[in-house]
Design a binder for this molecule. Sequence first.
Ligand code: PMP
Length: 433
Amino acid sequence: MDYTDFAKKSKELYEKAKKFLPAGVTYLIRHIEPYPFYVTKAKGSRIWDVDGNEYTDYWMAHGAAVLGHGYEPIIEAIKEQLEYGIHFGWCNEWEIRWAEAVCGWFDMDKVRPTNSGTEANMYAIRLARAYTGRRKVGKFAGGWHGGYDGLHKAVTYPYDKPASLGLTDCVQNDIVVLPYNDLEGVYDRVKNEELAAIIVEPVLGAGGAIPAERDFLKGLRELCDERGIVLIFDEVITGFRFYKGARYYYNVKPDIITAGKAVGGQYFPGAGALCGIEEIMELLDHTKRKNFWERAFHGGTYTGNALTMRAGYVLISELERRRNEVYPYLDSLGEEFMKKLEEVFNDYNVEALVTGISSMIGFHFTKAKKLNPEEISKYRNAELMAKCHRHMLNNKIVYLSQQSPHLFISIAHTREDVEDFTRAMEEFLKNIK
Ligand code: PMP
């Protein structure tokens, strides 16, 4: 059956949405062809739309829901918190529990909550500049750190085009674009630059679930040590998809870790964390730095709200309590998923690259052979990617984005879900032959 036959109410809603929301959506990434479906309920690995359709979700709240939608211990804690209050604008005990849990998780000295991943990165760059007294920042082609002007460059291929209208040259010129998984290229690019920071996703998320090669992150650490550059790991996605973050998996300690999404308990806004070593975080300490011009500013109305802090704290407690179950499960299911996809692509002889690691999975119809976002995008078969997305949608299997899929699995996903996905993929490939 075709999507347009079973998602009729969604079409009506979309017609109305277009009147009030630009392009009819709240975020362009949520626009899917031919029109989005409207979700009424989510539980585990499933979502339901206004027409009553049940879908298997591989987007999982932008990757935030590692433990699945509607995870009971978090929901229960939040129901209780609602009785006490959500946002006080005063200090509360949950912010301390959250901060201790986050510092323990990432092995960092101090942390401040932020309202989003974007905001965490914005403050991280500010801190790096404050700490080094330098201006320029290195970020990777294909890397995504949120819509902050100071990092909004070379996100989508072709990287030489402005990533958005409305960006000013003076901000753009402070961003030095670096090649991912290419240490020699990075050295070459920075040799004549004085960088305050290098910010990197240990696994490119929006760029298509492309993991850093092991030596790459180690090499970046060495480069930053040699040149006095602050190394920032953007762990907005990876932070809770690996036990204690990708920083532990790769065994490389950055100076700052930024987190988002799950750090606020998977479902709640005000989800961000700016974590760092003492020497850097101390720049925020107004009790030591009495004059405002001698410290860096961070703040925000909803930062540290009790609801998000409590949800984030419960999430980390649950991940610690269930670590021997959660992470081996995600690792093995993810591995099986990637293996099965590779087998199907081989069986049908399609030019495709399966990328990913553990619970982050990507697949790309591309001629590229290298784990490099530029190559993957440059040689992408966009038409086939779009057709595949539609075929999956017709089969009530959903993932984003249409052109650069980065699928997320949670502990609620099962081996049967993975088999269904690969079966649907097989059917798709059979029919395009
Ligand atoms: N960094 C990374 C790696 C991300 O994937 C995202 C969001 N997808 C962000 C930063 C921005 O986070 P937020 O949407 O919470 O602002």
